[in-house]
Design a protein around this ligand. Structure first.
Ligand SMILES: [Zn+2]
Length: 417
């Protein structure tokens, strides 16, 4: 199953240490949301939806300081590495103080994420988010959204300051929160000011209400509008892109952009199902993200990506082809092939699966990917190496205990309100 791309090898091989394979890139993360995972699963309103969940999320967001964010992000990154993610795209909009004022160091919250990544060894593509309005009609940010906001000028200054810290494990990209939160003129202005090759991520078409508002105000579905008004190409990652018509499926695939599918979060929020089979047929590029961190596991993201399609189509083995009949291989190759374009890191880090894990006993190169992704719930990740550092040893991150101590303290503070 070897495929050579970008000078690296995407393959699974049996070594004396176990089954070695490239790590998985996590294309979409809001680190602070790890602290509320599992806390919005009680009915508040018979019509609970993404929009009522968002209120719970805003209440939690309001309590975060840079110190708390650093502790929550470090715990999250430990969990990601232990699960086999070796890089993460952090879609970061929690910029300011709860009252909307700047921190003394305006980049303090970004800095907290950078420090958490450095302390745990995960590669970080930090995507500071531009968030300007509360809806497609350009209305001002609500009180709860004010701490997410920037003018274009302040935003570009933030990016420039952060770029000075870029290194082999830190890439600074750009995120537009969504078309509802960034007016047309600002989209143009920011895109024109970005350095060449800068990665651009955007939330898009996650909810039907967003599609309807876009049609009402901009006269087009959100993905259609973006394809028609921006040079969408391989630098772009479209997050969710759940609600697509056939033309949009072909349009994204033809552009070379990546779709970041956040299976477990989309399931948790009741967003809808990404049209995976049509998108694969169109040759589209895609990867996965853990987004709200209701689950921190590439196994679960990929497994449920396939299961959602099976439930809808009422048949089996959707992500597969005559050339690559294994669903597990097809899913892993999809995630591997989009990683460099979406994260900006053209490197391969290594994950080693325990060849003696019960689900992998007797595995062969032909079935090891399927067994890892589809069988059982005990993670087989044994060792993880990122940028030459051995960060997970025998299933445990080297900072596992220290991160947990800080996390426990942070959650106690957050829950005390
Ligand atoms: Zn998101």
């Amino acid at each position: 199953m070897a495929l050579r791309e970008n000078g690296g090898m995407h393959d699974i091989q049996l070594t004396e240490r176990g089954w070695a394979l490239p790590g998985i890139a996590n294309l979409h993360s809001h680190a602070f949301q790890r602290a509320m995972a599992g806390m919005a699963e009680r009915q508040g309103d018979p019509n609970d939806s993404f929009w009522t969940w968002r209120e719970t999320m805003y209440a939690m967001a309001a309590r975060f300081t840079p110190e708390l964010l650093r502790a929550v992000a470090a715990q999250l990154y430990v969990e990601m590495l232990e699960a086999g993610y070796t890089s993460v795209c952090e879609f970061h909009y929690l910029h300011h103080r709860p009252d909307g004022g700047f921190h003394d160091d305006r980049a303090a919250m970004s800095q907290a994420l950078i420090e958490a990544a450095r302390a745990t060894g995960i590669r970080l593509t930090l995507l500071p988010v531009l968030y300007m309005s509360g809806g497609f009609d350009g209305r001002a940010l609500s009180e709860r959204q004010r701490r997410f906001g920037h003018s274009v000028e302040d935003y570009l200054r933030l990016l420039e300051g952060l770029r000075a810290q870029e290194n082999a494990s830190l890439n600074i990209g750009c995120a537009l929160h969504s078309l509802r939160a960034v007016p047309e003129g600002a989209v143009r202005e920011v895109l024109a000011a970005l350095p060449q090759g800068s990665r651009i991520h955007i939330h898009i078409a996650e909810q039907m209400a967003e599609v309807e508002d876009s049609i009402a105000v901009r006269g087009a579905r959100p993905v259609r509008w973006l394809l028609d008004h921006a040079d969408v190409d391989a630098r772009w990652t479209l997050v969710h892109a759940t609600h697509l018509d056939d033309g949009e499926v072909r349009g994204i695939a033809g552009s070379g952009a990546t779709v970041a599918i956040c299976t477990t979060t989309e399931g948790n929020l009741g967003d809808g199902l990404f049209p995976l089979r049509d998108y694969l047929d169109a040759g589209g590029r895609w990867g996965v993200g853990s987004d709200s961190h209701i689950s921190v596991s590439p196994v679960e993201e990929l497994r449920w990506l396939e299961y959602g399609q099976r439930l809808r189509a009422q048949r089996r083995n959707i992500a597969s082809s005559a050339a690559m009949p294994s669903v597990g291989e097809t899913l892993l190759h999809g995630a591997w092939q989009s990683a460099a374009a979406s994260t900006g890191f053209d490197v391969i880090d290594e994950v080693v699966l325990d060849a003696d894990a019960p689900v992998l006993i007797g595995a062969t190169r032909e079935d090891v990917a399927d067994r890892w992704l589809f069988a059982g719930n005990r993670d087989a990740v044994k060792d993880v190496h990122v940028a030459g550092h051995h960060v997970v040893i025998n299933g445990r991150h080297i900072a596992h205990d220290a991160a947990l101590v800080d996390y426990r303290r942070a959650i106690t503070t957050l829950l005390a309100g």
